[in-house]
Design a protein around this ligand. Structure first.
Ligand SMILES: Nc1ncnc2c1ncn2[C@@H]1O[C@H](COP(=O)(O)OP(=O)(O)O)[C@@H](O)[C@H]1O
Ligand SMILES: [Mg+2]
Length: 344
């Protein structure tokens, strides 16, 4: 059975009543369970939506299942085979399952391709708009300076400048998305990055009447990440949380290490707010570029963040909290070798 525990794949055995008689470590780790915790439970609970025929191994075609564990959803591709004794009598079944990673998913790859061309287009448009925009801004400012400070015409022009600055901000976001600065991953202390981010936001947080709770894990391992870009990610998520709490509230920032025996450990940074939450039907869309529900939003904060985190093998997930508000979680893989140690 130790051999099966070494597999980077799930193995589950069911008896004739389709009750679990064995699971290897990979499955237990995936679900964050103790060894043997699933023994005796029904197979249809482990593979939600699977009918008896499939579980018995009579259907033979692979199926996909979404498993939710520890706040993360994993899609498994599983195949069931019937298990017979020497006389050919069915004893039960064996199910093999593998996680379909994001990049192996064709749909996902297609989306990335679309984003790449969108990025190129954005870069072009941004470039073409930026130069004339700077010219306009300078001219407007110059004309405005000809009026007396209280002149309403000057105030109008100030409004024009504010709008121009907003366009500039959108373009900066577009360029960041289209041509993100090259990441310089290095061993990175995420607590330090978080503290810097929160310090930057201190005044805004007080203004917005949002309190901060820190829940720092002890001995958080270093991860490979670009500190400046990661700070940008944390800033985006904090600002989104702040904007979701116009009446004030609380933002909990927590760090945890998820340790696995058969897979790489992850460091999770979660941002939990007490805001308006994400409307159910929009949760799929919020990571799309230009998707925004805010009148002054650009819809680029999340896609830029996803891009930055993906570069170092991380992911960002979003969900609504049971008690209201939303939680965004950034996960970074922990390097197998502790970073910083010289090569031998
Ligand atoms: N903490 C949050 N609570 C509720 N909704 C959120 C939160 N963070 C992001 N969203 C939703 O995701 C959308 C996209 O976010 P983002 O990509 O940062 O763009 P923007 O902030 O410019 O709208 C937001 O407009 C909002 O609808
Ligand atoms: Mg945002």
């Amino acid at each position: 059975m130790q051999v099966l525990d070494a597999l980077e794949q799930g193995v589950v055995a069911l008896d004739r009543e389709r009750k679990v008689t064995y699971t290897n470590r990979w499955i237990e780790d995936l679900l964050g369970l103790e060894p043997g915790a699933l023994i005796g439970t029904s197979g249809s609970r482990l593979f939600p939506g699977a009918d008896a025929r499939w579980l018995k191994g009579a259907a033979r075609e692979p199926r996909e299942f979404k498993l939710e564990a520890e706040g993360r959803e994993t899609t498994l591709k599983a195949e069931a085979m019937s298990l017979r004794d020497e006389d050919g009598e069915v004893m039960g079944s064996v199910i093999l399952a593998e996680a379909i990673s994001e990049t192996e998913d064709g749909e996902f790859q297609k989306k990335i391709d679309r984003l790449v061309s969108l990025g190129e287009l954005s870069a072009y448009v941004a470039h073409e708009i930026r130069n004339p925009l700077t010219g306009i801004r300078t001219t407007v400012q110059f004309v405005g300076s000809k009026f007396k400070p209280r002149d309403p015409r000057r105030e109008d022009l100030d409004d024009v400048i504010k709008e121009l600055d907003r366009i500039e901000q959108i373009i900066t976001g577009l360029l960041m998305f289209a041509r993100p600065p090259a990441a310089r991953p290095q061993p990175c202390d995420l607590h330090q990055v978080l503290e810097k981010t929160l310090a930057m936001l201190e005044l805004q947080l007080i203004d917005a009447q949002v309190s901060i709770d820190r829940e720092w894990a002890d001995d958080l391992p270093l991860v490979y990440a670009d500190p400046d870009l990661t700070q940008q990610v944390f800033l985006n998520l904090c600002l989104n949380a702040l904007q979701a709490m116009p009446e004030g509230g609380a933002l909990r920032v927590a760090t945890v290490v998820r340790r696995y025996r058969t897979r790489r450990s992850m460091v999770d940074i979660s941002f939990t707010d007490t805001g308006v939450g994400i409307p159910r039907d929009l949760i799929e869309k919020i990571f799309d570029p230009f998707f925004t529900t805010r009148s002054t939003g650009t819809g680029l904060g999340l896609p830029i963040s996803v891009q930055i985190v993906r570069e170092v093998g991380g992911v960002i997930t979003a969900k609504n909290n049971a008690g209201g508000g939303a939680t965004f979680r950034v996960s970074f893989p922990v390097p197998a070798e502790p970073p910083g140690r010289p090569e031998e």
